[in-house]
Design a binder for this molecule. Sequence first.
Ligand SMILES: Cc1ncc(COP(=O)(O)O)c(C=O)c1O
Length: 378
Amino acid sequence: MNGGARAEVVVDLDAIAANTAALRERVGRPLMAVVKADGYGHGLVPAARAALAGGADALGVAVLEEALALRAAGVPAPLLAWLHTPGTDYAAALTADVEVSVNAEWALAEVVAAARATGRTAAVHLFADTGLSREGATEAEWPGLVAAAARAQADGDVAVVGLWSHMAYADAPTHPTIGAQVRAFEEAVALARAAGLREARLHLANSAATVALPDTWYDMVRPGIAVYGLDPLGGDPAAHGLRPAMTVRARAALTKRVPAGVGVSYGHTYFPERETTLLLVPVGYADGVPRAAGNRAPVLAAGVHRTIAGRVCMDQFVLDVGDAEVHAGDEVVLWGPGDGGEPTAQDWADAVDTIHYELVTRIGGRFTRRYVGSAGAV
Ligand SMILES: Cc1ncc(COP(=O)(O)O)c(C=O)c1O
């Protein structure tokens, strides 16, 4: 671990770049790296720069603030922001050359107003809801949206540069919704083309579809989690040429010898069966270590995976390390790429009954973030 760091999240920029390159190579077409949610917990700007260094053609974020933060940091790449509420400052988006997604005619009207106010043409991606029932225009709303967008395009207020959708079940590559969503997407595209939106590029594939469903690749893929080296299908990322970019570790704050049968941590949900050494790890749920990890998740300490002993507290948790020779200051690893014997984010996800996405995006709090590798570093 670095110097005297108490707890750190180490992000391997070269892994992000190499993962991006591997995915880009696999699909052989443009790739939008998704860097929302602070680069899935890896750092918005460094993750974006590393993905671009690895060959990403564009960046995707959820909200406009994320896009503007990238621009403020001097990231010039094509950039799409897709989650907006009424009253969003589309003028700021247009001024910063940020492409925006549109779900509905009322949102298109706001974008058109911003285009007129700024004298710029808005680059928009029209979002079709093909079965996720989340963002996007429904089948009933789509004809009205594409007709309005075609008018706005003819007026020079918008350029429809994308037609897109998002998948519900790409992580289950044989699920029947996949074919249904592809058919719905192609019907939506045909309607848009018939309305005159001929230039727009098509994109549908998230990470799971990028690794598993070539029929969904269209003109561009849009992976997020795979860029950070985690397997969207829940298996071994190496099978897709990916390497996890995040390692989470901490130094022991204290060790102590205790007799058999002591109650450990709040609520005494753990009792060592024999005299043992307890090791105190100075990170807790306020730092993004799930409280549900108590008595469930594995941590590498003194060369062995140890299940967290008792409840995770706000700032700390305890490990039972038996008779291992350990000392305050020794390093423990919560998760990492796995090749140093440490658990992976997938191991934690399995133990805690969540997904690695949630773990990496929530880890933070008082961890220090440190970057290794040089991809995209300025
Ligand atoms: C619209 C959209 N596209 C792409 C992604 C990337 O998904 P994944 O991280 O599964 O690749 C997301 C993330 O949730 C998303 O919301």
